[in-house]
Ligand binder design. Structure first.
Ligand code: NAP
Length: 519
């Protein structure tokens, strides 16, 4: 199967025709900002609510990107019940038809690529290239999971037995609560939803409150592709108010969540309780935070390492679960690597990402702005501030310059806690052994990379660096669907691999059937 899958190419914006298309898409989307979108429950659109949620542009907080009803707990329950009703028919739709629908979704996404990227630029402050990569990943998820489903629906290997015809089928689970984060507001939101439905399940999609508009655009595409009513129900509102209802409902069969460790743990605990009327143990697919390291030893290509650290730490303002927030450098090259990273970081541009000259946009919202600036203050006491650190009041956009803090202890708070912003700690190790030890000293285990030319050390890292996504002599961000199945260990999640060959198994259950055919 995977043979005919190809990753969606990234758009080359140095080509004038592509830059022109992007500019036109930005202007088109600018003209559509501030609209009101409905909740969609069982195909019914509901636009009125006691209170509304406003998604705003992080680079220009007074600009409203979209308005959404804040759903009530009753509506959350209704959405699960609508999905439960739709499951009766959708679960019987042949896998080929479900996969065809998802292929159609991929086609529409491809046609609207520039426009969808533009929504991400306004809603979550991605640069042109980051937005384009997010939508390319969403297209990849559609193409990849549809193919995976076809494979899973085909004959499965069972051991022959005389007189019987055994078979193994992967059947859907039921209703999934799909709860994505805002940082890959296209790819993760759409990827978890598509995995859910292509496997024959139905969903309640509750997007992050800072990125509901891209999810509303995606919903429209699902409907345009012919998705029957009730298969995906669209519910907006604060997770703190309606999340528990989605997780707790006795007809919820599984929860597909990506987000912080704190919310992931809450869902894990709540999902373990069996409620009256519930006849299954809920499955949880929980992808959580990271505290990712790049290790550099004295044999490494230091320029390549500095490029990798800079891109991994500051791309999308450091707001990737895979972002490098710890550069662990062996003593003898520590100063050199630091100098090279500082030199490269000083050249990074920051500002309104509708302008392609800006490499970095704003951080997502006022809460993130405060949290990150607080961590910079903490870090400046824990180590020495080398670059960045200037804070503003955030009123003209939540901009935080790329910040580097050196001589940070391996157990300092900024070495251990996920900041989720453009803050990079430099940590000195006396040698490679110690560097590897430090790299493994957090509760997380998501991504990591090692720059070295020493084969035996690279091999040791393969065995000993305990992360779900390990990279050797390349940056620790930018996982590609199918190429780098993605997901972490320990407190980074439930060890699943999005965009990998076994991901859909998490959304299905195996049924063993055997018919007596002979004596
Ligand atoms: P978050 O605050 O945990 O929110 C994630 C989602 O959970 C949002 O849709 C949120 O809704 C919802 N939520 C909030 N409270 C809830 C509750 N009580 N019950 C159910 N759902 C609830 O995370 P985030 O800030 O959006 O995302 C950043 C985090 O995601 C980082 O920690 C990052 O490392 C992690 N991440 C991990 C991966 C991975 O693959 N491991 C990938 C990307 C991101 P509201 O927005 O309405 O609060």
């Amino acid at each position: 199967m995977a043979t005919d899958f190809r990753n969606e190419p990234f758009t080359d914006f140095t080509r004038p025709e592509n830059a022109e298309k992007m500019r036109a898409a930005i202007e088109k989307v600018r003209g559509q900002l501030g609209q009101t979108y409905p909740l969609i429950i069982g195909g019914r659109e509901i636009t009125t609510a006691a209170t509304m949620l406003e998604s705003t542009n992080p680079a220009n907080p007074s600009q409203v990107v979209g308005r959404f009803p804040n759903a009530t707990v009753e509506q959350a329950n209704e959405a699960i019940e609508a999905a439960d009703e739709a499951f009766k028919t959708w679960s019987r739709v042949p896998a080929k038809e479900r996969a065809d629908l998802v292929f159609r979704v991929a086609d529409i996404l491809r046609q609207r690529k520039f426009e969808l990227s533009a929504w991400l630029i306004f809603e979550v402050s991605k640069s042109w290239a980051e937005a384009d990569a997010d939508i390319a990943e969403l297209i990849d998820f559609a193409e990849y999971y549809a193919r995976q489903m076809l494979k899973l629906a085909g004959p499965q290997e069972v051991v022959p037995y005389p007189g019987e015809k055994p078979e193994l089928r992967y059947i859907p689970l039921g209703v999934g609560a799909v709860i994505p984060p805002w940082n890959f507001a296209g790819a993760i939101m759409g990827g978890m939803t598509l995995a859910t439905i292509v496997a024959g399940n139905t969903a309640v999609l509750k997007p992050a409150s800072t990125s509901p508009t891209i999810a509303a655009q995606f919903m429209r595409i699902l409907m345009e592709a012919g998705l029957p009513d009730g298969v995906v129900n669209f519910l907006t509102g604060p997770g703190g108010a309606i999340g528990d209802a989605l997780v707790d409902h006795p007809r919820t069969r599984f929860i597909a969540f990506t987000g912080s460790k704190e919310i992931g743990m809450r869902i894990f605990e709540r999902a373990s309780k069996v409620h009256p009327g519930q006849i299954w143990l809920k499955r949880t697919i929980l992808e959580m935070g990271g505290k990712d390291s790049i290790v550099v030893d004295e044999t490494a290509d230091l320029d390549a390492a500095a490029d990798g650290i800079t891109a991994s730490a500051f791309g999308f303002q450091g707001q990737k679960c895979s972002a490098c927030s710890r550069a662990i450098i062996v003593d003898s090259v520590y100063d050199k690597v630091l100098e090279k990273v500082v030199e490269r970081t000083k050249k990074l541009t920051m500002g309104d990402p509708t302008d392609p000259a800006n490499y970095m946009g704003a951080v997502i919202d006022d809460k993130a702005f405060k949290k990150i600036t607080d961590y910079i203050k903490i870090g400046s006491k824990e180590g020495k501030l080398v670059l960045g650190g200037e804070t503003s009041d955030g009123k003209n956009g939540y901009f935080i310059p790329p910040t580097i803090i050196k001589d940070v202890a391996p157990d300092a708070r900024i070495s251990q806690e996920e900041i989720f912003g453009p803050v990079l700690a430099f940590i000195k190790a006396k040698d490679f052994d110690e560097a590897l030890q430090i790299a493994n000293n957090t509760e997380f285990g998501l991504t990591g990379s090692v720059y070295s030319k020493d084969r035996s050390r690279l091999d040791r890292a393969k065995d000993e660096f305990h992360v779900g996504n390990l990279y050797l002599n390349r940056k620790c961000t930018g996982a590609l669907v199918g190429v780098h199945p993605f997901g972490g260990f320990n407190m980074s999640g439930t060890d699943s691999k999005a965009g990998g060959p076994d991901y859909l198994l998490l959304f299905t259950q195996a049924k063993s059937i055997s018919e007596k055919v002979g004596p």
